[in-house]
Design a protein around this ligand. Structure first.
Ligand code: PLP
Length: 443
């Protein structure tokens, strides 16, 4: 069980020093979201072990984990049915010179579950699949431009997307010039891009929703516009997949894209992603047609057997248990508990939780109502002292009443200090610097 007995003076990170990691690894982590600049100074520098909804550092300090592997761990850390399936597969070998049976078995599961999936291509990460979807759409339509939803923070580390952000060093302008922004729930902004680039937009890519739900049939309007203009509609379901609905948010919102991408959550943290979609488009990457060949995702480790076994076991568990209902329910209780605590402590004008219950969010605003990285970091700092990691909130099957109640209690304690920071300024209360945006031109 979680150890919440960190003393108020304990700063978990002081035991570990990450300078050697930064000497050896640019950024000190393998996604920028895990970097030191994303966490309060007092956060643990490293984690060694996870079980259920708890993680430990090497020194035995434990934390209730709501970050859950950047939202990839939907069932829980070291979740027995998944770990056992992966280990059993490792015992049979991890990679062969011909396809393994499990590739077809897992592809068949996805085709049965996901409305737009007629064919499936596996990979190891989300970025590869969104980029592959763009490439397929360009080949299918013989067009150049991509319209992307600029309210969605991230689609890929590849040039077509990262070149559009503030962190665009190393990307020739010509690449990002082909990516055209539009806004979520604003169909006119997408219509304007089609009007400005007639017959030259290959794809429209967006997440089905983030904090905001689609309004006025927005997704259906995007679908109709893509049909009218001859562009491919791509839904990035990296976050929504298996979390909003077992069959993806496309099922929930009753819209069928041409292509969709899945990753986080489908294999409980194992490295598995999938590009799925219409046969006519996907088949361009096949070897049984006489059109121009598209060199679609082709990687040595793409179908690593134990990852696929973990995905299959995860999906079987999702199908047999009310996982989606549970995470919506636990997330709603957490949102409610955080808001009640904020009200009780008189900071509800500054601190509030909301968003979709399966992916709750919280805001930390200064007295002028402006988002405050300082207050947010102070809140996170105090939670770390209480043994909770809450940079972002990922309810999982393993989060139960114990984790929920302990977290709400920790939030209440953190908000006492937060209230002081709001009143008197956070600078004297915060150790280290506020967290920084990931997409920035300079450090
Ligand atoms: C919506 C979305 N698309 C794509 C990606 C990229 O996935 P990956 O980090 O596996 O490359 C992410 C990752 O955060 C994401 O949230």
């Amino acid at each position: 069980m979680t150890n919440l007995n960190l003393s108020n003076n304990a700063f978990p990170n002081e035991i570990d020093d990450s300078s050697e990691t930064h000497r050896l690894i640019p950024g000190g982590a393998h996604t920028y979201s895990k970097g030191d600049d994303q966490f309060p100074y007092v956060a643990p520098r490293y984690l060694e072990k996870g079980d259920g909804a708890t993680v430990w550092d090497r020194h035995g300090q434990s934390f209730i984990d709501w970050t859950m592997g950047l939202r990839s761990v939907l069932l829980g850390h070291n979740f027995a049915p998944v770990s056992e399936a992966a280990i059993a597969q490792i015992g049979r070998g991890t990679n062969f010179g011909r396809p393994s049976y499990i590739e077809t078995e897992l592809a068949a599961e996805l085709v049965e579950l996901i409305p737009c999936a007629e064919m499936v291509k596996f990979s190891k990460d989300g970025s590869t699949t969104t980029t592959a979807a763009i490439k397929l759409a360009r080949a299918f339509t013989s067009r150049r431009y991509v319209a992307y939803c600029s309210d969605n923070p991230f689609f890929s580390y590849d040039d077509w997307f990262i070149g559009t952000t503030a962190c665009n060093a190393g990307v020739p302008q010509e690449h990002s010039d082909l990516s055209l922004p539009f806004s979520f729930n604003d169909i006119e902004s997408l219509e304007a891009q089609f009007a400005a680039h007639p017959n030259d937009i290959a794809a429209v890519i967006l997440e089905p929703c983030m904090s905001e739900a689609p309004k006025d049939d927005f997704l259906k309007k995007v679908r109709a516009l893509c049909d009218r203009e001859g562009a491919c509609m791509i839904l990035d379901e990296m976050i929504t997949g298996f979390r909003w609905h077992l069959s993806g948010a496309q099922k929930m919102y009753d819209v069928t894209p041409d292509l969709a991408t899945f990753g986080k959550g489908m294999a409980n943290g194992f490295s598995v992603s999938a590009l799925v979609g219409r046969r006519e488009i996907m088949e361009l990457g096949g070897i049984n047609h006489d059109k121009l060949r598209v060199f679609l995702i082709s990687t040595t480790h793409g179908a690593e057997n134990h990852g696929l076994a973990a995905a299959l076991a995860s999906i079987q568990f999702f199908k047999a248990n009310p996982v989606v209902d549970h995470i919506w329910n636990i997330g709603q209780q957490l949102i409610d508990g955080m808001n009640i605590a904020a009200k009780e402590l008189g900071v509800a004008n500054s601190f509030s939780a909301g968003g979709f219950p399966c992916r709750p969010e919280y805001k930390c605003l200064d007295k002028d109502g402006v988002p405050s990285a300082g207050l947010r970091t102070l809140f996170l700092q105090e939670l770390v002292r209480e043994g909770v990691l809450l940079n972002y909130i990922t309810p999982s099957w393993s989060h139960g009443d114990a984790e929920l109640n302990a977290t709400i209690e920790a939030v209440r304690k953190a908000l006492v200090i937060y209230a002081q920071g709001l009143e008197d300024g956070w600078k004297n209360l915060l150790i280290g610097d506020p967290v920084k945006p990931v997409f920035r031109a300079f450090n």
